[in-house]
Ligand binder design. Structure first.
Ligand SMILES: N[C@@H](CCC(=O)N[C@@H](CS)C(=O)NCC(=O)O)C(=O)O
Length: 233
């Protein structure tokens, strides 16, 4: 069994989608990041950066349990475990294409769109410099994706892969990110197609009833952005 410590955010959705696409059995363990579950010692033992998602696979590579944190590492782990959605060592070139676009998501799309959400939606003051910087960077990254998807059907080339699964959930908030999807025909074609995949739709349903409606509570704001976040542990 794969135990998934998660919450319905873009980084959680990546893993939920992969589990559904690969047809794996899994058990959900909610990590309510607005309530501070990410700081509990038992969670820090498997995710030392106090961020979800993390997994524990009872049946690791040597038959023993293994924990994995960082969504990109989890996607690689699951792809290697199942032999799906990333070429193996018999296709090193194809494998590298998947890894480079996955790293582009992990190092660019996720962090930059995350900062963009922060300054556009969560920051108590509206700081024009920060909003402009991250909105411009979001638009630039979408432009990179649009050029790539004008050349190939999926980010890593001909086949749908974990690179697409990592990127898709972050683009669902394009309106809030200040991005005009209608100006990005290649991203739109890819985005609409992936959104119609039944496994993607099932992945997005995981913990969907826990998604926050309306503004963030004072408690959640404190957990995510206040002193609690920066305490030494
Ligand atoms: N690079 C990490 C980022 C994970 C991440 O930022 N998770 C956020 C939610 S999407 C989180 O757990 N936030 C709780 C906190 O910052 O305290 C990954 O991809 O797994």
């Amino acid at each position: 069994m794969i135990h998934v410590h998660t919450w319905p955010t873009p980084n959680g959705h990546k893993v939920h989608i992969m589990l559904e696409e690969a047809g794996l059995d899994y058990e959900i363990h909610p990590v309510n990041i607005g309530e501070g579950d990410q700081f509990k010692p038992e969670f820090l033992a498997i995710s030392p950066n106090n961020k979800m998602p993390a997994i524990v696979d009872d049946d690791g590579p040597d038959g023993q349990p293994i924990s994995v944190f960082e969504s990109g590492a989890i996607l690689i782990y699951l792809a290697e475990k199942t032999g799906q959605f990333m070429p193996g060592e018999d296709d090193p070139r194809g494998r590298m294409r998947v890894l480079e676009w996955l790293m582009f998501q992990m190092g660019g799309v996720g962090p930059m769109l995350g900062q963009n959400h922060h300054f556009r939606a969560y920051a108590p003051e509206k700081i024009p410099y920060a909003i402009d910087r991250y909105t411009n960077e979001a638009r630039r990254l979408y432009g990179v994706l649009d050029r790539r998807l004008g050349e190939v059907p999926y980010l890593a080339g001909a086949a749908y892969s974990i690179a697409d699964m990592a990127t898709f959930p972050w683009l669902r908030g394009y309106g809030r990110q200040g991005v005009a999807m209608e100006e990005l025909p290649n991203v739109k074609r890819w985005f609409d197609e992936i959104g119609e995949r039944p496994a993607v739709q099932r992945g997005l349903e995981v913990l969907a009833d826990q998604r926050r409606e309306g503004p963030m509570s004072d408690k959640a704001r404190e957990m995510m952005f206040g002193a609690t976040q920066y305490q030494s542990r």
